[in-house]
Structure formats: structure tokens, C-alpha cells
Design a protein around this ligand. Structure first.
Ligand SMILES: Cc1ncc(COP(=O)(O)O)c(C=O)c1O
Length: 470
């Protein structure tokens, strides 16, 4: 290609990808000539080529502009793109695709892992953030180096205390969401090639962390009401070397169980006999339906082997991406890894959440949210059993906002996912929750959104599609 053709192709590409928007002014011929080290005549030739192709237009006295394209409504609506189905499901790609689809296709978000943001005190937190930004004119990134902002750390320690767990604030490391906390903790306790025991099914971020670090996930049988099978775990530990265990004892995603306290104690004791660290995911801890906050494994830990990870993503706001880890005897390693990973967690979100926790109505907000989720858990379960074909069964979540649905044998959840997407409905296919391709006839449904005709219709449609797949 000649120089002018290359320039024209670059600009056309930027328009096609939405970097340059309709009606947007292009840099002047002189500016482009300077920036790209091209002659004026080359730039002019490129612009007139684009004009002749209808990509841009010149406006007298004003310059060159991206031409409006025919409106989307003039073209037939494009069907949402489904993932290519393959026997080898790439879990992380599938998850990312589901999240993107919910956003871009405006689909019914039954497949979303995040709660409905509507009842969250976004405006209040933003007000704190605005006030902080006005007050702090001379901020330095060095103010909040790991372990994190001291004010937020104090608030997190207070919250744990209110929930029945006295922790040393010097153990808290602020992270970018629970995802970073989980990744850092795993990296602190294991190395590539190690075996990590997880629940089965398990939350996919646990699998992503294991995959990312070149470790091996070993899925242990997990009771839908009581959690990881301790006898099975005992047998695994007697047969092979395990570097760590990753569990979610409270309102596990996707099963929703609350592990009984006696079993939690047994689990911690078993692992500490073998000196094996356990990464505990506590992101749903605040979303209990019972009378009191659940106990965490950390409460039974006498050897510093429990690395607790949590965040405000499910209870306050996911957008600020504030999480934390309590890494027990691994605190120094996790702190160092945090520093190496992202240097610091952004200060403004840390301070805004700290102010909210200190001055606002976190408990009130949570009481309301829990009440709504508990009601919708029952409604969603009843609707699924009503609309889905015989042979369907559902979990009995004790907290959180997801329902685990077993479909009749033979229904492939990936096919359902693709067909549902064509109807602008998302579901979480069971494939996401296992590294060995289990749960192909399971889906996870999010019930955090207020009950509506749209949701009921979506469930009815899913039931019909499942019938067709059968
Ligand atoms: C069980 C579980 N753990 C961790 C996360 C990630 O949390 P965060 O958004 O704080 O990184 C999620 C979010 O989907 C989750 O459902």
C-alpha cells in the first residue's frame, strides 16, 4: 500500500472499531501531517480517498468529520452472538463472554454473578468520594501503600468484630476485589505444579486462579447442604501431597449451603493436622437469611493457616473494587505480593467506603437486601420447578443470591446457554463450575433482581427451550 492508502486504512479501521465516532472531527490536515511525519499532499490524498468511500466528509471552514452511517434500525437486528460450542470449554473465556453479553445485549441477567446494583447505596458512597476528592488536594500514591488505607483497615476490623470475629488489624491487606485477594493468597501458599483441593462444584474464580498459576485443581465431593466432604478430603490427604485447599463455607457459590459449625471446626482441624493452608472465600458472609452472621473458618484457626478473602462487591458496591485478605501466618508474603502485583489499591474508593462504613447505614441497607433475597430465593425456586420439565431439582440457598438448578439428564447447559442467548436471556452454564467438565446439565440463576414479569417470562421461556432440548 502507498503511504496515503495506509493512512486511509488506519482511519477507516478506527471508525469501524468505534474509536472515531460519527460526527467527530478528524485532526486537521496539518496536525496529521506533523503527527505521522507525512507530507500535506499525502494526508490530503488519504482524506479525499476516505471522502470518496463515504467514511468522512469535509465541511466548509470546519475541516473533516466522520460521516454518519445508516442507522442500526434500518438494518435487520443482529442476533446476539453465542460462544462456539466445543467439548473443551475454556472456563475463563466462557465467564468473560457471559459477563459481556449481559452488558452489551441487555439480556435478562439470570447468568450474572453480581447482584442487582439498584438497591445499593451508590449515591451515598459517591457523595463521600466527592467530598474526599475536594478535601484532599495533595494526595500521594505513597499514602496508601500496602497493607492499605489505615482508616479502611480499621473499619474492616470493626466490622469483623461486630460480626463476632476479633482480628488484629495488622493482618488486613486491602486488595482490588476478592479476586485479587484470592489470587495473592494462592500465590503465597503454593507454586506452579502444586495440587489445590476445591469444592465441586466450585466458584470459577478459584479455578481461574489455579489455572493462571499453573497449578492443578482437584475437585473434592461436596454435599449440597453441608459442604466439602471431610471424609473424602481425609482420604485425599492420606494419598497425595496437597498444597492448599480453597473453600467457601458460607452460602457457597453456586450451591448456597451454609456449612454447619461443627463441620467447619472439623475441616480446620483436619487441615491443620496436615499443616495445609486453606483459602476461605467469604464474599457472601453478609448476605445471610438466618438471624445471625455466619461463623467463618477463621474463628477456628489456631495456627494461622486460614487465609480469609472477602470484598464489598456483593454487599455494598462491586464498582469500587475493594476487597481484603486476612492471610494469617502468610500476611507478610501476601503484603509483598500485593505490592508487586498492583503497588497499591486506589485511594479514593478505599476512603469513600471507609467513610460510608463509619457514618452511614450499612446495617440498614443489608437488612433490606437480605430480606429481598430470601423472598426471591423461594420465588425463583418455585417458578423453576413450575416452568421447567419434570426431572429438574433446585438448591436450597441459605444466603447469597444464586440458585443451582439440576436439569433433566441429557440437557446440555451450553446448548441451553446459546439458545437462551438468542432470546436475550443469560444463564450460568454448569460447565463454569468445574475444571473437569462436570455439571453439563446444571445452570446457575441469579435471583437478586426484583421479581418481574420479564423474569417470570424468561423462566417460562427457559423451561420451553429445555423441553425442546430434551
Ligand atoms: C463467590 C465469589 N467470590 C469472589 C467473587 C469476586 O469478587 P470481587 O468482585 O470482589 O472480585 C465473586 C464475584 O462474582 C463471587 O461470586
Amino acid at each position: 500500500m502507498n503511504l496515503y492508502e495506509t493512512l486511509a486504512a488506519d482511519i477507516e479501521g478506527q471508525v469501524a472499531r468505534g474509536v472515531l465516532l460519527e460526527g467527530e472531527k478528524l485532526p486537521s490536515v496539518r496536525q496529521t501531517s506533523q503527527r505521522r511525519s507525512l507530507s500535506i499532499s499525502t494526508v490530503l490524498r488519504a482524506y479525499s480517498l476516505l471522502e470518496s468511500r463515504g467514511v468522512i466528509e469535509s465541511r466548509p471552514q470546519s475541516g473533516f468529520f466522520v460521516r454518519p452511517r445508516p442507522k442500526a434500525s434500518a438494518r435487520p437486528a443482529e442476533a446476539p452472538k453465542a460462544l462456539v460450542l466445543s467439548s473443551e470449554v475454556d472456563v475463563s473465556r466462557l465467564v468473560l463472554s457471559t459477563l459481556r453479553t449481559i452488558r452489551t445485549q441487555n439480556a435478562v441477567p439470570l447468568g450474572s454473578p453480581y447482584p442487582d446494583p439498584a438497591p445499593f447505596p451508590w449515591t451515598r458512597i459517591s457523595q463521600y468520594a466527592n467530598a474526599i476528592a475536594r478535601r484532599n488536594q495533595h494526595w500521594s500514591v505513597m499514602d496508601d501503600l500496602p497493607p492499605g488505607n489505615p482508616q479502611l483497615i480499621r473499619q474492616i476490623a470493626r466490622r469483623h468484630l461486630e460480626n463476632g470475629l476479633a482480628i488484629d488489624p495488622s493482618e488486613i491487606i486491602v486488595t482490588v476485589g476478592a479476586t485479587e485477594a484470592i489470587n495473592l493468597c494462592l500465590q503465597a501458599v503454593a507454586k506452579p505444579g502444586d495440587t489445590i483441593v476445591v469444592e465441586s462444584p466450585t466458584f470459577y474464580a478459584m479455578l481461574h486462579a489455579i489455572e493462571r498459576m499453573g497449578m492443578r485443581a482437584l475437585e473434592a465431593p461436596t454435599d449440597p447442604n453441608e459442604g466439602i466432604n471431610i471424609e473424602a478430603l481425609r482420604s485425599i490427604l492420606s494419598q497425595q501431597r496437597v498444597a492448599a485447599c480453597m473453600v467457601m463455607p458460607n452460602f457457597q457459590n453456586p450451591l448456597g449451603f451454609l456449612m454447619p459449625d461443627a463441620r467447619k471446626r472439623e475441616l480446620v482441624e483436619l487441615l491443620s493436622q496436615h499443616d495445609i493452608p486453606v483459602i476461605e472465600n467469604g464474599v457472601y458472609d453478609e448476605l445471610y437469611y438466618g438471624d445471625s452472621h455466619p461463623v467463618s473458618l477463621k474463628a477456628y484457626d489456631t495456627k494461622g493457616l486460614v487465609l480469609y478473602c472477602s470484598s464489598f462487591s456483593k454487599s455494598l458496591t462491586a464498582n469500587y473494587r475493594i476487597g481484603w485478605a486476612l492471610p494469617g501466618r502468610y500476611t507478610a508474603q501476601v503484603e509483598k505480593l500485593k505490592f508487586l502485583n498492583t503497588l497499591t489499591t486506589p485511594s479514593l474508593p478505599q476512603l469513600a467506603i471507609a467513610d460510608y462504613l463509619q457514618h452511614d447505614g450499612y446495617d440498614r441497607h443489608l437488612r433490606q437486601v437480605r430480606k429481598g433475597y430470601a423472598q426471591r430465593a423461594r420465588m425463583m425456586a418455585a417458578a423453576v420447578l413450575r416452568f421447567f420439565p419434570e426431572g429438574t431439582s433446585v438448591s436450597d440457598p441459605q444466603g447469597g443470591y444464586v440458585l443451582w438448578v439440576e436439569l433433566p439428564a441429557g440437557v446440555d447447559a451450553m446448548q441451553l446457554y446459546a439458545k437462551a442467548l438468542e432470546r436475550k436471556i443469560t444463564v450460568g452454564p454448569g460447565h463454569m463450575f468445574s475444571a473437569r467438565g462436570s455439571y453439563t446439565n446444571y445452570i446457575r440463576l441469579n435471583y437478586s433482581y426484583p421479581w418481574s414479569k420479564e423474569i417470570e417470562d424468561a423462566l417460562r421461556t427457559l423451561g420451553r427451550v429445555i423441553g425442546e432440548l430434551l
